[in-house]
Design a protein around this ligand. Structure first.
Ligand code: GAL
Length: 432
């Protein structure tokens, strides 16, 4: 019910996001094992920020499938060292200088449209025919990768941004029970942070560098604005200078005051580790977190708990990764092989099992995936979908950069009322 009502009120771009999960077709299939083919050889160079920890493990699983099917390709990831797409300016500099890799990681939505408009991606619609992908993905997801009827990238996975993770031992230390009630609203969550603080946690909400702060901010916007208002931030129908955004920024400022002072030097996995080491209680981060939890052999429900981030129950903060072929990349045959593997049921199964995301393909049987992933897949189908800002679904690259600059300025100066007003004005300017 909720889904239908919301769709009616959304803009065209937001509509594509809102309808995302509903359009998968195919029946579940068991992935087939592809036999090696002689295929292309030489180096395949990609750009991805899956370079550390659990994300590197996910990429490695995918590269394993590549090696089985295309044994003559030498895989190289000359990617960014930091997560969340925060290092993609390196890629842009390279492409502007005429030195593109063969393929690169790109978020579905506004970010993909930027690269398409810049002429940096090739039309790969023919590969959808060749690899049999025309019914493999939700049509609304493919629409986010399409311009003027041509499809430019192939999605590998779908992630949810608005998730909170809590360490069970830390909850106990903080005198907090394992109830989900803290997450009902921003107010109840802030009360829980106060309780943890009184119990000796100096910074109960663990936090990392600027992009993770922007990530937190988008989840607070999702909490304090209705989905229609949130989606309206990107098509001009919601005023960034309005009272709802002001309240969200105040809440963001309050949450930041419960975070660790060394945050700007930490990427997401290091920030998460603070909670897992019981030096904080909570971490708000996308669902690439399960990959890191699995790598530590931590058990869902015993060692950690998760829930939609405070105030966002029923809302799914959407983002998806995809890959395409660059214009002028050195080894297009190898690039094509990469897209074959990424889009295959084998590739999507191997990768997503490690990464924590759900496959972008709708024909993969999830029964051997984790409970978290099965539940995320249900939420993707049933919740109201809104697009991530940090992860390029709703915001263009320029808008994302401007948001990062404004948030960094705010969180590195004493977070006073006056600075909140500046933050709001700068965010409004970013989307003007
Ligand atoms: C996102 C990306 C995810 C994950 C995350 C953390 O931008 O879409 O797949 O890599 O960053 O680095």
């Amino acid at each position: 019910m909720r889904h239908g009502k919301i769709i009616a009120a959304l803009s065209a771009a937001a509509l594509a996001l809102a309808g995302l999960a509903g359009c998968g077709s195919g029946e579940p299939t068991t992935p087939s094992t592809d036999a090696p083919v002689d295929g292309p050889s030489g180096q395949l160079e990609i750009f991805s920020w899956w370079t550390a920890g659990s994300e590197a493990n996910g990429l490695e699983a995918l590269v394993g499938v590549l090696g089985e099917k295309y044994p003559n390709i030498e895989f190289v990831n000359n990617g960014a060292a930091t997560g969340g797409g925060s290092g993609k300016d390196v890629l842009q500099t390279r492409m502007a200088g005429g030195q593109p890799p063969d393929s690169f990681q790109v978020h579905a939505g506004a970010e993909a449209q930027d690269y398409i408009t810049a002429g940096q991606l090739q039309d790969v619609s023919n590969l959808y025919d060749e690899f049999g992908l025309n019914n493999a993905f939700p049509q609304d997801l493919v629409d986010l990768l399409t311009k003027d009827g041509k499809i430019y990238t192939i999605p590998s996975n779908v992630h949810r941004s608005n998730v909170i993770w809590a360490d069970v031992k830390a909850l106990e230390k903080a005198g907090l029970s394992t109830t989900d009630a803290y997450y009902d609203s921003m107010e109840s969550f802030i009360a829980a942070l106060e309780t943890a603080k009184a119990a000796g946690f100096e910074a109960p909400l663990s936090m990392g560098m600027t992009w993770t702060q922007v990530h937190l901010l988008e989840t607070v916007l999702m909490a304090d604005l209705t989905p229609v208002q949130y989606n309206g931030l990107f098509d001009g129908t919601t005023d960034w200078t309005g009272a709802e955004v002001k309240k969200a920024l105040e809440d963001f400022g309050k949450l930041m005051s419960y975070t660790n002072a060394d945050r700007d030097s930490l990427d997401w996995e290091e920030a998460l580790a603070i909670a897992l080491d019981q030096k904080a209680v909570f971490n708000v981060m996308g669902d690439w977190v399960p990959g890191a939890l699995d790598a530590r052999n931590l058990v869902d429900g015993t060692d950690y708990l998760w829930a939609p981030s405070p105030g966002t129950d029923g809302v799914y903060g959407f983002l998806a990764d995809s890959f395409g072929l660059t214009t002028g990349g050195p080894n297009p045959d190898a690039g094509k092989a990469w897209l074959d593997v990424i889009s295959s049921a084998d590739g999507q199964t191997a990768f997503n099992k490690v990464k924590g995301s759900i496959p972008a393909r709708t024909d993969i049987d999830l029964s051997s995936f984790s409970d978290y992933q099965q539940s995320a897949s249900k939420s993707f189908k049933n919740d109201v979908i809104v697009g991530s800002i940090q992860h390029g679904a709703a915001a263009t690259i320029a808008q994302g950069n401007a948001v990062n600059a404004a948030v960094s300025k705010f969180t590195t100066s004493p977070m006073a009322e006056a600075n909140l007003a500046t933050l709001q004005a700068e965010l409004a300017a970013a989307f003007a």
